[in-house]
Design a binder for this molecule. Structure first.
Ligand code: PGA
Length: 243
């Protein structure tokens, strides 16, 4: 089985209605049947973004979901609600949520299971901090996150993994190509069906470094924050992906 390339943008807490102009940009309106392009806008824009994005063959995803289907959880959004807006994907376990909202891997596992229950593909994020890398624990930390966050009985084709070293997110620092290749290989080796598992790299991916990162054989795409906020840079990253 060949793994489809995926270029996913995570807008984080950025975007108002006017931001939907993104999807009218000429560089994005080309049909690219060989790859999945995904934008994860804030929840407030999800439904409108779905309508705008579908005209250029782009899918949308949520940035988070609750583990429960419904209930007394003020301010939270269920996976079913994300799906109801037309999303096909949802990011779970982003390091900003793990850090800022104290999300444990057990909670991330619940969210990933909720996503599957709602018919969404979870984009499950893992990654080590700078201190963990410097003390030689990067693989053990990522391996534990992967094992503890993996939804029960999910096959390797049911979800997408995003490896995002915490120290590379929003800092302009990227892991070396050797370190990315090694960690992606490590993640693939953790799973029985690892050959079919799609693994994205994330952390300061931009037009200038995307081609080298995306050419690595175990890298199946990218999860992009800052550089996904303009159509020009998102499209430039899409264009730098190998055919
Ligand atoms: P960045 O963010 O590209 O701005 O580093 C990546 C992410 O957090 O997914």
């Amino acid at each position: 089985m060949t793994r489809r390339m995926m270029i996913a943008g995570n807008w984080k807490m950025n975007g108002l209605e006017a931001s939907l102009d993104f999807f009218s940009h000429n560089d994005l309106t080309r049909d690219l049947p060989g790859m999945d392009r995904v934008i994860c806008p804030p929840a407030t824009l999800l439904r409108a973004a779905h309508h705008a994005a579908s005209r250029c063959g782009i899918d949308v995803g949520g940035q988070d979901c609750h583990g429960q289907e419904s209930g007394a959880h003020t301010g939270d959004i269920s996976a079913e609600m994300v799906a109801d807006c037309g999303a096909r994907y949802v990011i779970v376990g982003h390091s900003e949520r793990r850090a800022n909202h104290a999300e444990s891997s057990a909670m991330v596992k619940d969210k990933a299971q909720a996503a599957l229950r709602a018919g969404l593909t979870p984009i499950l994020c893992v990654g080590e901090t700078q201190g963990e890398r410097e003390s030689g624990q990067a693989e053990s930390v990522v391996g534990r996150q992967l094992a503890d966050s993996w939804p029960q009985d999910a096959a390797d084709t049911d979800l997408v993994i995003a490896y995002e070293p915490v120290w590379a997110i929003g800092t302009g620092l990227t892991a070396s190509l050797d370190d990315i290749a090694a960690m992606h290989g490590f993640i693939r080796a953790q799973r029985p069906g690892g050959a079919d598992l799609r693994i994205l790299y994330g952390g300061s991916v931009k037009p200038g470094n995307a081609a080298d990162i995306l050419s690595l054989s175990d890298v199946d795409g990218a999860l992009i924050g800052g550089a996904s906020l303009t159509a020009e840079s998102f499209a430039a990253i899409v264009d730098s992906a190998p055919d």
